[in-house]
Design a protein around this ligand. Structure first.
Ligand code: HSE
Length: 431
């Protein structure tokens, strides 16, 4: 092969990184593939916009057809984002027998299954390593590195923005709004950071991870999501006092044939390996029945880290081209999806509430918990901050989600409970 020709859809932060890596690593890439990589066309919104990389004007186009319908292009690299229009373009590219590499988690979490089927039908590769945890090669680790094992649990810090916010709030006492603004300025928050702070970005990544790790088609709607917007400074202080670190954690767990996938603020015991993943870094903890505990750590966003994953996908596509095996290793689900019911999801919980400072209140609360067979691991009763009220912080032993939700309903109905401040899932044992 003389050269492999690629077309880029998008030349923003990540697209510029792809151009840089292809240029700077040409020798290494050439050695691995056996021929050079040539960038043939790049779809941009505006030809004249100043760029962080030097690029010949004649490579730029504002017409997607110049990439998708271009007979010279072998591989389309999608780094422009968006869902509905992007889906149409990529389907068209695959039907035109072009391999696709994408970084688009929003797209893959919703239309991944359709796009992979069309890729396979057309003898094309479709890889998306950069869509989850940017620079960490986690998808290939699941599908190849751990291919021989049965993965039963994955826990991920897969959103850098929220990890940055929670780290700064916990360690430096910074205010939420101020740190969110900093994350936006540093460029790792989404254009609309709602999807970061409400947990949706992490949920998309967990749907992709769970689908690959458990070989089931997990849809975005299957992921239970709660974001970080309601976390207070008091919660962070109590967490610290009890030996926990607050993180936005995606959990995907398999028991028998049933799975549970969620994203929620979680109190992690300080001894848990994920508790020390700070700032904007990402990490995915994977438990396999044979291998035991593993953890993958690194940058979850950023131009060059994300581009590294994209260009590595390109290398695989190109090696497959040389071997003539494109479209033969598209990973499709092996098992029917079965989701756990709320009475099958078990966890410990942190609960903080204010009660009336009266005789017998504590007994009433414990009666509700014991009525559901749930006992306490830790209890703190704190001096009153509000007159006539007492603040109680407790951590339960394992309880089913169903029992725990029923307990919350009963507590809210209890006349002696003034209000429930907060409640979080707990992983591991704190102090
Ligand atoms: N907004 C995402 C994050 C970028 O904060 O992790 C990477 O997907």
């Amino acid at each position: 092969m003389e050269a492999i020709s690629i077309g880029l859809l998008g030349l923003g932060t990540v697209g510029s990184g792809v151009v840089q890596i292809i240029e700077n690593h040409q020798d290494k890439l050439m050695h691995q593939i056996g021929c050079p990589i040539k960038i043939n066309k790049i779809l941009v919104k505006s030809i004249d916009k100043p760029r962080s990389v030097e690029i010949k004007q004649e490579l730029l186009t504002t017409n997607a057809e110049d990439v998708i319908e271009n007979p010279e292009i072998d591989v389309v690299v999608e780094v422009m984002g968006g869902v509905e229009d992007t889906r149409k373009l990529l389907l068209q590219a695959l039907r035109n027998k072009k391999h696709v590499v994408t970084a688009n988690k929003d797209l893959m979490a919703v239309y991944g299954s359709e796009l992979l089927t069309v890729a396979s039908e057309n003898g094309c590769d479709l890889f998306y390593e950069a869509s989850v945890a940017g620079g960490i090669p986690i998808l290939r680790s699941l599908t190849e590195g751990l291919a021989s094992d049965r993965i039963t649990k994955m826990m991920g810090i897969v959103n850098g923005t929220t990890n940055f916010i929670l780290t700064k709030m916990s360690k430096e006492g910074s205010a939420y709004e101020e740190v969110l603004k900093e994350a936006q300025d540093l460029g790792f928050a989404e254009a609309d950071p709602t999807s970061d702070v409400e947990g949706l970005d992490a949920a998309r990544k967990m749907a992709i991870l769970a689908s690959l790790g458990f070989s089931m088609k997990i849809d975005l709607d299957d992921v239970k999501v709660k974001g970080i917007t309601e976390i207070t400074e008091d919660d962070l202080q109590y967490a610290k006092q009890l030996g926990y670190t607050m993180k936005l954690i995606g959990i995907a767990e398999l028991e028998g044939n049933k799975v549970e996938v969620s994203v929620q603020p979680t109190l992690l015991a300080d001894s848990h390996p994920l508790a020390s993943v700070n700032d904007e870094f990402n990490a995915v903890y994977v438990y396999g029945e044979a291998v035991g505990e593993t953890m993958f750590y690194g940058p979850g966003a950023g131009s060059l880290p994300t581009a590294t994953s994209i260009v590595s996908d390109l290398v695989v596509v190109m090696k497959n081209m040389v071997l003539g095996v494109n479209g033969k290793n598209v990973v499709t689900p092996q098992y029917e999806k079965q989701l756990k019911a709320p009475n099958e999801v078990f966890s410990k919980y942190f609960l903080r509430l204010h009660v009336k400072d009266e005789v017998g209140v504590f007994a009433n609360i414990t009666t509700i918990f014991s009525g559901h067979g749930v006992s306490f691991e830790k209890i703190l009763q704190l001096p009153n901050k509000e007159k006539g009220l007492a603040e109680i912080v407790l951590v339960t032993h394992n309880a089913s989600l169903q029992d725990y939700e029923e307990i919350l309903v009963q507590l809210r109905d209890l006349q002696a409970v003034h209000h429930i401040d907060s409640s979080y899932r707990v992983e591991g044992t704190g102090k």
